[in-house]
Design a protein around this ligand. Sequence first.
Ligand code: B3K
Ligand code: ZN
Length: 885
Amino acid sequence: MRTDLPQPVRLADYRPSDYLIDRVELDIRLHATATRVQSKLSLRPNPNGVPGAPLVLDGDDLKAKYVLMNGAQLDPSNLFLTPDQLRIDVVPNEPFHLEIETEVDPTANTRLMGLYRSGSAYCTQCEAEGFRRITYFLDRPDVLSVYTTRIEADFREAQVLLGNGNRIESGTIEGTGRHYAIWHDPFPKPSYLFALVGGILGSIHDRFITRSGREVALGIYVEPGKEKAAAYAMDALKRSMAWDEEVFGREYDLDVFNIVAVSDFNMGAMENKGLNIFNDKYVLALPETATDTDYAQIEAVIAHEYFHNWTGNRITCRDWFQLCLKEGLTVFRDHEFSADMRSRAVRRIADVRTLRSAQFPEDAGPLAHNVRPDTYLEINNFYTATVYEKGAELIRMLKVLIGDEAFRQGMDLYFDRHDGTAATIEDFIACFAETAKRDLNQFSLWYHQSGTPLVQVETAYDEQAQTYTLDLTQSCKPTPGQETKQPFVIPVAFGLIARDGTPVDLQSSGPDAADEKECARDLIELTTERRRIVFHAVPERPVPSLLRGFSAPVRLETALSEADLLTLVAHDSDPFNRWQAAQTYATRQLVRAVEVVRAGHKPAYDEAFISALLRVLDQSSDPAFTAQVITLPGEADLAREIGNDVDPAAIHGARVALRQAIGEGLKPNLLKIYQAMTSEEPYSPDAASAGRRSLRNAALDLFCAGSRDEGLELALKQFESATTMTDKIAALGILTQYAGTSREKALEAFYATHAAEALVIDKWFILQATIPEPETLNRVKSLMQHPAFSLHNPNRTRSLIGAFATGNQTQFNAADGSGYDFLAGIVLELDPLNPQVAARLLSAFRSWRSLETGRRTFAEAALRRVAGVAGLSPDVKDIAERSLG
Ligand code: B3K
Ligand code: ZN
């Protein structure tokens, strides 16, 4: 436990390390409670550092056995050792060696950082600052070293021994029952990419021939008996490797690429060089245990970690402020990969949904921060949707602004110029400024200013002059530490649509000279606070389609009429905006309905919207897309839209009523779609088949909302006969939303069938935690006592507690504050065990200021209760204090 108060780290204070470590030789003898780590370091003074500076190595909770410099003991007056630091004041001004032995206890490591155990296996997690929990080191990303790692273990405990790079030797140690393997990674890397695994594991193997003809041996290691469930991950890996060669010209560089799936993992996965370690949720999939969404996520996470080999590993970050350099870019790359593997339009909609639900609230609340932060107390709290998802949007925007060709050239230049180094965002942007021959200073503001810009658009049609005018304005609310902002460069992709639904030819509509460039590219660059664009020779008032493809991460406000929105739903050539127009329409109705519900009345819904949905259903040619269109904005989306004085119960009531109206209005059509989308074919996880299942289940869900008894009967039938987890969990999800004996029976039956599959039981936890009824809190509390639950396991904790806090708007935000109290209590209980997961849970309070007064008061009290506890981890303390602001 750290006793010192955490000090803020500032980007402005960055200094190169005074020392560099060229080579690291590790000898790690695995033992359940007393693992010995011998580390031999080849150091030298950094020519860019301060000559004669003391050598300060980072540690975290370490026990040192001995320290030798150039083979000799150090004078005790020259060596300062604590669990958190090793300092040598007088250091030779030439290359030298340091040998350190530490002892660590992987079994007692509940934080899952450093060396720990997942089940009986040994594994590591070093990003961001976990390597210092294994040995003393210059644990910072700009110190790159070549590692050789010898791993030794009892053969009965760990038959498989894996490390970074290529295996160069292995053998047994006579008469001891122990064996060893030596791994060598020729690519210099920062310590956060170090990894090892030891355990009894099953595996599947394959190979990939790179485009230059090199053979790479691929292995995926899983719990014995689960090998079959790794086949899809292997397939996704090979497709990722081929895609990165084809689209980014990036080839894999080692002879082996291994992935290990473990059950205890703080996040999704980790891109350690040549040895990715994964949360098994993102590896294991069989049709009867994983949903289509699981398959899509596995594909995306496998790709993401693989893509890090170039964006993250070959070129790493100079310091942790540059996190988005590898994360935003790699998310962008995995989004592009998924778009190429599946339907681009449907992926874009899904990615924007995620951005809006995870990142927009961050940007609108007390935890708002820059995509590239300039200060942090605990870096683990900055692995956020802002760094990842908004970071990815900035790359996408850059590509829109400079065009595909200059973008690809800029990427090539970046890879050439910075390979083997630790780079910054400035280094990255400079490459594109060069290839696009364009000043990107204003674009860089996106990295330095937090908050979601608001773009407001007014339109005017002058029939006499036959002109059409767009007036665009941008603004951005203050965020913590940033009262005012400079205007952003905002690319607004657009088109105009005539009333008959045909696109208006922008070239021939004779734009003002100043706007010609915009019309040629179908792109308005909004670089100032206001901008006016006038189109000439426009024979009738058109409907504008703005921000096509969600060309910038902004909020858009237009004064489009309901009729305009319906024109877009029916005719926009941009599928994203067709979907968006339907969402906007539904959002407007729902926001109005919330007021009606709050006033104690029953809201009415307009028939035009329901008829528009009917046309979408009837003309459905892409089921996955149609499913997105008929899925209403969620309760959290509406809360975000409303923005202040939020009453989650009224939002829920309004949404239930609209769903009911749609279900009733479209009853025969929904049933028809449900039947048409039923398939007898054997399961395939491909996008088209998954799309049919998603439309079928979305239709069933709405059907139930309108015709409860008939719907529940269908759902029960589907639940009982389903052969895929997608259909089974969708049916159970519907049954769970309606109180009654069929719910409890179905939940019991589901548990009985899947009790042995922890990842499936997670789904069972999620469904129960998100029931929008007052009894749910008690249900969650008693599920915490269930033998399948453990606060020690992050997946279980996220499924039960996390789902309650972020997926159950009415009950987490119960008017009596009980949900807030509960979460505060859990965070305090979890903090000593696993501060990273505890801090993540606590961030569920991030929108507390937008609640109505009663709830706001309770939420604030719960946050204060947490903040007031002595001995909090830096992780939880940081989130609690920033949330209170
Ligand atoms: N780079 C890791 C995240 C590490 C999180 C440390 N708290 C996974 C990823 O983004 O690929
Ligand atoms: Zn990543």
